[in-house]
Design a protein. Structure first.
Length: 493
C-alpha cells in the first residue's frame, strides 16, 4: 500500500513538472491556439451546436435576449430548481428568471433544446463612449445539429411571438419617457420606463357613444390590419390628432387606447430633444405595438416659425442642425424612418389646432382628427354612471330633461363635471343637485356675457357705420372723387 502511494506521488510530480516545462517552452498564444484547435476538433465530432444570444449586441440592445428571458420565465417557475425573482418598481407582477449559469430544458415540435443563462463579470472597462454594465449576460442555446433548421426557422419566431403575448397579457403596460438631455443609460436606452397603470378605458371615457365606437373600430381595424398594410404597401402605422380645450379628455383618451390595444406608451418630451438626428435615434429605439405621444405639440417647440421661401413655399429656418424642425418631426412620423418597427400609433395633442402649421394638418398626415369637445348630454350620462352609478332611468324625468338642456348651454368640460361629482359622491342626489345648480348659474352667466358682448358689438358696429357715413361723400356731392377715367381725360386736355 505504501508503495502505491509513493508511486502516485511521483506520477503527480512528473505531471506537474511536464506542465511547467510546457508552460516554459510554449508561449501563452501558442497554448491558446492549441486549445482553440482542440475545441474545434471537439465541436466537429460533437452532435450538438450552440447559439449565443447576448444581451447587448454592439451598442444595441438585443431584443431576442429580452424575448428569451420573458419566454423562459413563463415556465421556468415550474421546471427550474434555482430561480431569480424580480419585481420592477411599482410593478404588480413578479418575474421568474434563470439564475446565473443555470440551465433549463425546453421542447419544441418534438425537439429538445437546452438553455443556459451565462453571466460573466466584465474584465476591464475598455474605452467606450458610454459606461457598459458590470456583467456580460447572455443565453446559450444548445441543440442537436440535425434540428438546427427547425430551430432557426420556427422556434425563435415562436419565442418572439410568445414573449410579446406574455408581456401583453401578464405584465403592466410600460410608459416610456425620453431621458433628460438625451442621455443614454448603461444599456444604451434613450428611454426610461415605469409600469403604466392608468385606469382610463373606453368605458370610462365620456364622449358621444357614436364617436367612441368609430374610434374603437378604427383602432381594432388598425391592430388587425397587418395583411392589409402589407398588401397595400403602406407602413403599418396610424396617426391621431386630438384637439380641444383643456380637461376634455385628450390624455385620458391616450391611456384608454393603450389599455384597449395593450400597447406601451412612449411619451416624447420634445423640449429634451436637441436635433432631428436625436429624434430619429429615439424613434429607432421604440418597440412595435406602441403609441408614440407628443402632447401639446403647439407648445413643445417652436415649429411654427417657418418662413416662406421665394417660391412661396414654407421652409424650416436654417439652424445648423441644432434644433428640431418641422420637417424633422414630419420625417419622424411620415418618412422612411417612421417605418422601422411596425404597428405604431402616433398621437399628437393640442389645445389650439389653429396654431398648428398647415403642413401638420394636411390630409394624409394625421389619419384622424378627433375633436374632444365640451361635455354633451350623452357624455354626461357616462360620467353619472361612472361616478354615481346612475343609469338614465334612475334620474327623475324632469331632472334629466333639465340636465340635458343645461349641459348644452354651458361650456363645461368633463373634468369640471367630474370634480363636482367626485366631491359629492357619497350623496348622489346632492351631487346631481349641485351639478344642475352650477350648470344653470354658468349658463345664466354665459347668457349675460353673451348679450353684453352682443350689445357691445352692436354698438361698435353702429359707431363704425356712422364713422363710415361721415367719411364717405354723398352721391353727386362736390366731394365726389373723380373716377380714373375722368382723371385721364383731364390729363389729356
Ligand atoms: N372625456 C372624459 N371622460 C372621462 N373623464 C374625463 C374626460 N375628460 C376629462 N376627464 C377627467 O378630467 C381629468 C383631466 O382630463 P385629461 O387630462 O384627459 O384632459 P386633457 O384634455 O388631456 O387636458 P389638457 O389639455 O389640459 O392636457 C381626467 O383625470 C379625467 O378624470
Ligand atoms: Mg392632457
Amino acid at each position: 500500500m505504501k508503495e502505491y502511494w509513493s508511486y502516485l506521488a511521483s506520477l503527480l510530480g512528473v505531471l506537474a513538472f511536464c506542465q511547467t516545462l510546457l508552460q516554459l517552452i510554449f508561449p501563452p498564444e501558442l497554448r491558446f491556439l492549441s486549445l482553440k484547435f482542440l475545441s474545434r476538433i471537439f465541436h466537429l465530432f460533437s452532435s450538438y451546436c450552440y447559439f449565443d444570444i447576448t444581451e447587448i449586441d454592439g451598442v444595441n440592445t438585443n431584443e431576442l435576449y429580452n424575448a428569451v428571458q420573458l419566454y423562459l420565465s413563463s415556465f421556468v417557475s415550474i421546471n427550474g430548481s434555482r430561480l431569480s425573482l424580480t419585481r420592477a418598481l411599482n410593478s404588480s407582477a413578479i418575474t421568474f428568471g434563470l439564475s446565473n449559469n443555470d440551465c433549463i430544458i425546453d421542447t419544441f415540435g418534438g425537439v429538445t433544446v437546452l438553455w443556459e443563462h451565462v453571466v460573466i463579470q466584465r474584465q476591464s472597462q475598455t474605452f467606450t463612449w458610454r459606461p457598459l454594465p458590470d456583467e456580460k449576460r447572455g443565453f446559450t442555446l444548445r441543440m442537436k445539429k440535425k434540428d438546427k433548421a427547425l430551430i432557426l426557422h420556427s422556434y425563435l419566431d415562436y419565442i418572439m411571438d410568445k414573449s410579446n403575448e406574455i408581456r401583453r397579457n401578464n405584465q403592466d403596460r410600460l410608459l416610456y419617457t425620453n431621458s433628460r438631455g438625451g442621455s443614454l443609460d448603461s444599456r444604451g436606452h434613450p428611454w426610461e420606463s415605469v409600469p403604466f397603470k392608468h385606469p382610463s378605458t373606453f368605458d370610462t371615457l365620456a364622449m358621444h357613444p357614436v364617436k367612441k365606437q368609430e374610434i374603437m373600430h378604427d383602432l381594432k381595424d388598425f391592430a388587425n390590419g397587418q395583411s392589409f398594410y402589407h398588401k397595400t404597401g403602406r407602413a403599418w402605422k396610424r396617426g391621431y390628432l386630438l384637439y380641444g380645450p383643456p380637461g376634455t379628455g385628450k390624455s385620458s383618451m391616450i391611456a384608454a387606447i393603450a389599455n384597449y390595444l395593450s400597447y406601451d406608451i412612449y411619451d416624447l418630451e420634445l423640449t429634451e430633444v436637441h436635433n432631428n438626428s436625436e429624434l430619429r435615434k429615439l424613434l429607432m429605439k421604440t418597440s412595435s405595438k406602441s403609441i408614440i405621444v407628443i402632447e401639446d405639440i403647439d407648445c413643445s417647440v417652436n415649429l411654427t416659425n417657418r418662413k416662406k421661401n421665394n417660391k412661396g413655399n414654407y421652409c424650416d429656418p436654417e439652424d445648423g442642425g441644432n434644433s428640431i424642425t418641422l420637417s424633422g418631426l414630419l420625417n419622424f412620423t411620415d418618412g422612411l424612418w417612421s417605418c422601422c418597427g411596425s404597428e405604431r400609433i402616433f398621437v399628437f395633442t393640442t389645445n389650439h389646432i389653429d396654431k398648428l402649421d398647415p403642413a401638420l394638418l394636411r390630409s394624409g398626415r394625421m389619419d384622424m382628427h378627433i375633436y374632444m369637445s365640451y361635455c354633451s348630454y350623452p357624455a354626461l350620462k357616462i360620467l353619472l354612471k361612472n361616478y354615481l352609478g346612475y343609469e338614465e332611468s334612475d334620474l327623475d324625468c324632469n331632472v334629466s330633461k333639465e340636465l340635458a338642456e343645461a349641459v348644452d348651454m354651458v361650456e363645461m368640460t368633463p373634468a369640471d363635471i367630474s370634480e363636482i361629482l367626485i366631491k359629492n359622491r357619497s350623496d348622489k342626489q346632492k351631487a346631481v343637485g349641485e351639478l344642475l345648480e352650477t350648470m344653470k348659474t354658468r349658463a345664466e352667466g354665459n347668457m349675460k356675457r353673451g348679450s353684453l358682448k352682443e350689445k357691445i358689438s352692436d354698438e361698435m358696429e353702429d359707431e363704425e357705420q356712422e364713422k363710415r357715413a361721415l367719411e364717405s361723400p354723398k352721391e353727386g356731392s362736390d366731394f365726389e372723387q373723380p373716377s380714373k377715367k375722368e382723371e385721364n381725360v383731364k390729363k389729356m386736355k
